[in-house]
Write a protein that binds this ligand. Structure first.
Ligand code: PLP
Length: 357
């Protein structure tokens, strides 16, 4: 943990360029894969789950895999602080804040919130509590400002400001989803391949995950395509549209000179529902039902929506999923649930005053 080492890509990824030269060990890996007995599956369908929600505590979830590469580059470049950007409950921003502190880097977070809240203390709910405990500098912008300027320009503005103060900032894009960050899930594919080879789990017909900024899906789809895993990869998009993500993922693949077409290596399905980070009652009911049935708690913004999308798919096309072995990637994000307390409370009735004899 926290050591930096040389990185050597798997043989099947040696042609990808650029390849990272070093990696920081930040995550608890390999993350386990186990059977996940979901209720109401089509006949003979088996679901397994890869627990990337268990890659750490403060550093839990999928983002830590990308940060292992991104922060190694930041250090190599002599940065003294990092900047990143996301929604007010961004798991990526929380993971970046923690990892940066571990590596003695200051962290600046540009967080998007509503116009009515942008001038107020953002509070301590969920990811914000961790970010503020580890001393990240929180810079709020409104959704309107975010749309007007774009995440890149806002990041660049802060880079300029910090440089003018003599700092050496390293800018990480939304979700850590650039070509370097994509190596996080190319490596995760290698990890799955090794787990299959070791007999920890079977070969899978299908791999399912949430797609929020594209890097996780791009890395896994590419790793799956190049390695011997060769499953069908399904990314359930929780914002924007599948077409947007086919193009975005293509950019990440082209950035690695992968010479593959995104549409050939992943199926993207719209699972946005009411919109990014907006939960329908049906989605939250499913999260509650699955928590109660299996003990695995999904987050409401990413994996909860992905599972909701997958279940819908299984109902619409039960024939396709019948008899399949499916691997669901749980990408973490539990802290986001604290932002949904009011909505989730009516679904949780199990308490009473103890009868003392
Ligand atoms: C918990 C969680 N799961 C999934 C995702 C989606 O991953 P990606 O941004 O790489 O598409 C994110 C971030 O966007 C996340 O925070």
């Amino acid at each position: 943990m926290l050591s930096k080492g040389a990185f050597s890509p798997p043989d099947w990824a040696k042609h990808l360029n650029p390849a990272p030269s070093s990696i920081y060990c930040l995550a608890q890996l390999p993350s386990p894969i186990h059977r996940w007995d979901l209720p109401n599956l089509p006949a003979d369908t088996q679901v397994w789950i890869k627990r990337d929600d268990l890659t750490g505590m403060q550093l839990s979830g999928n983002k830590v895999r990308k940060l292992e590469f991104l922060l190694a580059e930041a250090k190599l470049q002599g940065a003294d602080c990092v900047i990143t950007i996301g929604g007010i409950q961004s798991n990526h921003c929380r993971a970046t804040a923690v990892a940066a502190r571990y590596l003695d880097l200051d962290c600046y977070l540009i967080l998007r919130t509503s116009k009515v809240l942008v001038n107020e203390d953002p509070g301590l709910v969920g990811n914000l509590l961790v970010e503020r405990l580890v001393g990240a500098h929180v810079e709020l912008v409104s959704k309107e400002e975010y749309t007007k300027h774009g995440s890149e320009a806002l990041g660049d503005m802060l880079v300029e400001k910090l440089r003018a103060q003599g700092r050496k900032p390293y800018l990480i894009p939304v979700g850590g989803s650039n070509s370097l960050g994509t190596w996080g899930y190319i490596s995760a594919a290698q990890e799955i391949e090794q787990q299959i080879e070791a007999g920890t789990c079977p070969r899978f017909d299908e791999i399912v995950m949430a797609c929020g900024s594209g890097g996780t899906t791009a890395g896994l789809a590419l790793g799956n395509h190049l390695s011997m895993i060769k499953s069908k990869v399904h990314g359930y998009t929780v914002c924007d549209s599948p077409d947007y993500f086919y193009d975005y993922i293509q950019g990440l693949l082209d950035g690695l000179h992968a010479q593959v077409d995104s549409r050939d290596i992943v199926r993207l399905v719209d699972a946005k529902g009411l919109g990014y980070a907006l939960s329908s009652t049906g989605e939250l009911e499913l999260v509650k039902e699955i928590s109660e049935a299996t003990g695995v708690i999904l987050d409401p913004v990413y994996s909860g929506k992905a599972l909701h999308g997958m279940v819908k798919d299984m109902v619409c096309d039960a024939k396709y999923w019948t008899g399949k072995k499916v691997l669901f990637i749980h990408t973490g994000g539990l802290l986001g649930m604290f932002d949904k307390l009011q909505q989730i409370q009516p679904l949780t009735g199990n308490w009473r005053r103890m009868q003392i004899m």
